[in-house]
Design a protein around this ligand. Structure first.
Ligand SMILES: *Cc1c(COP(=O)(O)O)cnc(C)c1O
Length: 837
């Protein structure tokens, strides 16, 4: 792939460096070059903050002037040198694994939220993926992103005069986006082709630069395709199941094909949510073509390098396709893989033979991965529950789903003031290594400095909000004067609560509205006032979400409020950035356990905001009383309406009795010491832990490195062995059974002798274990037994022996047989299990 200079237009030679700066989305978090763009075109810079757009728009005359501006040229050279230096500096991954790791990690995601200037995301999943790429740049993890370039992306929001949501789908003009066509070494624009029923779909490829990382994007809007197909990559999360399947084929199949076409060696393929699971099939298909092996062997060989991250807390959240639809699209593909359609469908089903069962992308992802993880500790647990059906009779805690808690890219979410504060305390390179020394440094900051920092953060938010509100009001038809008055609402010294999120039912965005009169009293209190800032979109087809939105708008219309509230339209990365930098308290009220992780609350940490949240997602593991406030009782509740009322009551009480008094309790110098103490603990204890730096290092250490090694070990020979092993398990499992099981008390333990009849299966293919469930105060026990001599009567039965501690009754133990192979993940790759009782 050509990575050299791309020139958008006839740039004078002295300014060529501007193109590489403008195309590098690193400007979305590193603001070193801001002055440069400001100098090129101050008006455009203020309006868009998008260097690429500035470069595409600025006049030739201005460019010519700049070539004679020595100050400008020197500043440009300095920025280019700084960028080069940044890329050359050793970062965590290179110093640790640089010498041993080869190839790239392919990171697939349906959306990427990197910057407003590249609007190809809708919400949390995309923002996470964007933060992930940026962190891969910081830590120099060799990772390449794969996604779709949407012509319209996700909708943009405005409100009408009645508070109803209006949706816009502005066209993404690729020449105005910071992406360039991906060209091969011969200069030809790289195209990828995939087969759809009766036709071939052509896909254009694009490249976005994220520091030293690359994001590859595909789109179908080329004249080579029919008019219907040109729109496949038009909208994000629009259309019905067929369009979704087409998009997921483009992402999974097209994406993997692109990597192969470019010759990028990817030992690890990371599926960020199930949307891209078809990459598993394409990876196996490619392996078949290279080696001539069967599909099953190829799947076995390649799955060793696949990682699946699930973000869904309920079964209904998985993408599922009607089997007829899937079969229509995969008829030829199945033939090419040499497997019957039923076998392909079975990969996406819980019950292989159930012809009515839909094709579930998460199931395919589990069946084609070597590791599966949820995105918070609680979500790991929840996911083990919802994926348990794929591992029948295995104890819930052994369902092979772990967790890596999400984190956010702090350099993208900190304010300029926060950046300065942290830099003074911890240095400039603080997010590029491990984070061990930061805590002590932060504890040195004085209360007064922290409080001043907080006050200024809130004040800047108010300035932003006023400008935004004037604009919103003008668009809705207010005169300049009316709009000015309408925006004279918020005050710089008032406790500011905020939240921004999707208006979806489970987010319970209206929990605070359960008792509107009480909320009014709270906001309008004369001595201890409170103000509230809200943003969020409802999915265009979500009527309940729209109802919640309107409920807030009705409330905002109450004259008694006298402007203690603001709703910011069109929640996006910019709005999110401003809110998390400015609010004092971030409120989150999802219905447990529906929030897989939630990341918006993590973004306030670095800026000194404090969380008040339901004990769900990340907060369920992060919360302690020193760092914030918690809602709920760490349990799920069936009486939804009743529990909502109870939690609303809890929320009002928390605000009235703890949060508000704490904020207004000042000492003689005007500093709320207790508040600042909580702020400091939240910053010190949580910022590093919920940074994407920690998250990505965990993915590398727990998954990427082990998977890459496993994948390299899984040669054709090993894959064939595993395939044969699996065949034996399949053949003999149903006829395997236990003989006598006896136990004796011996000193401090129980001694067991267990007879197992293996039905001709080689004994090294299985393990016999004693198992005891967890008991109050006790972990579950799993103890492998030693294989002894064969039983005299038959050569395929053995005695197994071993001891376990006698810290629980002997009946608590039971024997079981499970598959065993040094190179296999059990039960992920072989879910057989036989219990004695
Ligand atoms: C962080 C972020 C999200 C995710 O927020 P949660 O409600 O915590 O899931 C969604 N949208 C935008 C624009 C964000 O910045």
């Amino acid at each position: 792939m050509q990575m050299g200079h791309y020139l958008p237009r006839g740039l004078p030679e002295a300014l060529h460096g501007l193109a590489s700066l403008a195309l590098d989305l690193r400007w979305s978090w590193n603001h070193g070059a801001d002055d440069l763009w400001q100098a090129v075109d101050p008006d455009l810079w203020r309006a868009t903050a998008n260097p690429w757009l500035i470069l595409e728009s600025v006049s030739d005359r201005r460019l010519d002037e700049l070539t004679h501006d020595q100050t400008f040229l020197q500043a440009l050279q300095r920025q280019l040198a700084a960028r080069e230096e940044h890329f050359q500096a050793e970062a965590w991954f290179t110093s640790r694994y640089g010498a041993t790791f080869s190839g790239q990690i392919a990171y697939f995601s349906m959306e990427f939220g990197l910057s407003e200037s590249l609007p190809i995301y809708s919400g949390g999943l995309g923002v996470l993926a964007g933060d992930y790429l940026k962190t891969a740049c910081d830590l120099d993890v060799p990772l390449v992103g794969i996604g779709l370039l949407y012509q319209q992306g996700y909708f943009r929001q405005a409100l009408d005069a009645q508070g109803g949501q209006i949706e816009f789908y502005p066209y993404n003009d690729p020449t105005m986006l910071p992406v360039v066509p991906l060209r091969g070494d011969d200069g030809e624009w790289v195209h990828v082709r995939i087969e759809l029923p009766g036709r071939t779909l052509s896909l254009r490829s694009w490249r976005a630069q994220v520091g030293r990382r690359t994001l590859l994007l595909l789109d179908s809007n080329t004249l080579l395709n029919g008019p219907g197909d040109r729109g496949i990559t038009s909208e994000l999360y629009g259309g019905g199941p067929e369009l979704r399947l087409q998009q997921e084929m483009v992402l999974g199949i097209g994406g993997w094909r692109l990597l192969e076409q470019l010759g990028i060696d990817c030992p690890v393929c990371h599926l960020n949510e199930g949307h891209a699971a078809l990459a598993i099939l394409e990876r196996a298909r490619h392996f078949m073509r290279c080696t001539g092996e069967s599909f099953r062997v190829a799947l076995c060989a390649t799955r060793a390098g696949n990682l699946f991250t699930t973000h869904t807390p309920v079964v209904a959240g998985f993408d599922r396709f009607p089997p007829r639809l899937f079969a229509r699209y995969f008829q030829d593909y199945a033939a090419e893989l040499g497997v019957p359609m039923e076998e392909l469908l079975a990969l996406g089903r819980c019950h292989a033979g159930d012809a009515g069962e839909a094709f579930n992308m998460a199931y395919l992802a589990v069946r084609g991965a070597a590791a599966v993880n949820g995105v918070s500790r609680l979500h790991g647990e929840v996911s083990r529950g919802i994926l348990q059906s794929l591992f029948p009779r295995w104890p819930r805690h052994e369902v092979p789903v772990g967790h890596v808690s999400n984190g956010v890219h702090m350099p993208s979410w900190d304010s300029a003031a926060a950046d300065a504060l942290w830099t003074r305390a911890c240095g400039k390179a603080r997010w590029r290594g491990t984070l061990q020394k930061l805590e002590a440094a932060l504890r040195q900051i004085e209360d007064e400095a922290l409080w001043r920092f907080r006050m200024e953060g809130r004040q800047r938010l108010i300035v932003f909000l006023k400008e935004r509100l004037v604009r919103q009001l003008r668009v809705r038809g207010a005169s300049g004067e009316q709009a000015g008055e309408g925006a004279e609402v918020l005050e710089p010294d008032v406790l500011t609560l905020g939240f921004a999120r999707r208006f979806a039912e489970y987010k319970r965005t209206n929990l605070l509205l359960q008792d509107p009169e009480r909320l009014l009293r709270l906001l309008g209190h004369r001595d201890r006032p409170v103000q509230l800032v809200i943003a969020g979109k409802a999915h265009p087809q979500d009527r309940e979400g729209k109802r919640l939105l309107r409920q807030w708008q009705d409330f905002f219309g109450r004259p008694e409020l006298r402007g203690r509230v603001a709703f910011v339209e069109d929640y996006d990365l910019v709005v999110a950035g401003q809110l998390v930098q400015g609010v004092d308290v971030w409120i989150n009220t999802p219905r447990r356990p529906w929030e897989a992780s939630g990341t918006s609350g993590m973004k306030v940490l670095v800026n000194g905001g404090i969380n008040l949240s339901e004990l769900d997602g990340w907060w369920a593991e992060a919360y302690t009383p020193e760092v914030g406030w918690a809602l709920g009782d760490s349990r799920e509740h069936n009486d939804v309406a009743g529990w909502d009322r109870a939690e609303a009551e809890q929320l009002y009480q928390l605000l009235e009795q703890e949060v508000i008094p704490c904020f207004y309790r000042r000492d003689e110098s005007g500093v709320p010491r207790e508040w600042v103490g909580r702020m400091r603990e939240s910053m010190v204890q949580l910022t590093m832990q919920y940074s994407s730096n920690r998250m990505l290092r965990e993915y590398v250490e727990m998954h990427y490195i082990p998977l890459a090694e496993a994948y390299r070990r899984r040669t054709v020979k090993v894959a064939n062995e595993l395939h044969q092993w699996y065949g034996q398990l399949q053949q003999h499992w149903a006829r395997m059974h236990f003989g006598n099981v006896v136990s004796n008390r011996t000193g401090s333990g129980y001694y067991f002798e267990v007879q197992v009849y293996l039905d001709d299966m080689p004994p090294q293919a299985v393990a016999v274990e004693l198992y005891a469930d967890s008991a109050p105060g006790r972990q579950p026990v799993k103890q492998a037994l030693q294989r002894g001599e064969p039983l005299a009567v038959t050569a395929t039965a053995y005695i197994y022996r071993g001891s376990v501690p006698a810290d629980r009754p002997v009946e608590a133990y039971t024997a079981r047989v499970v598959p065993l192979h040094a190179e296999a993940w059990v039960p992920l790759e072989a879910n057989f299990i036989l219990w004695h009782r």
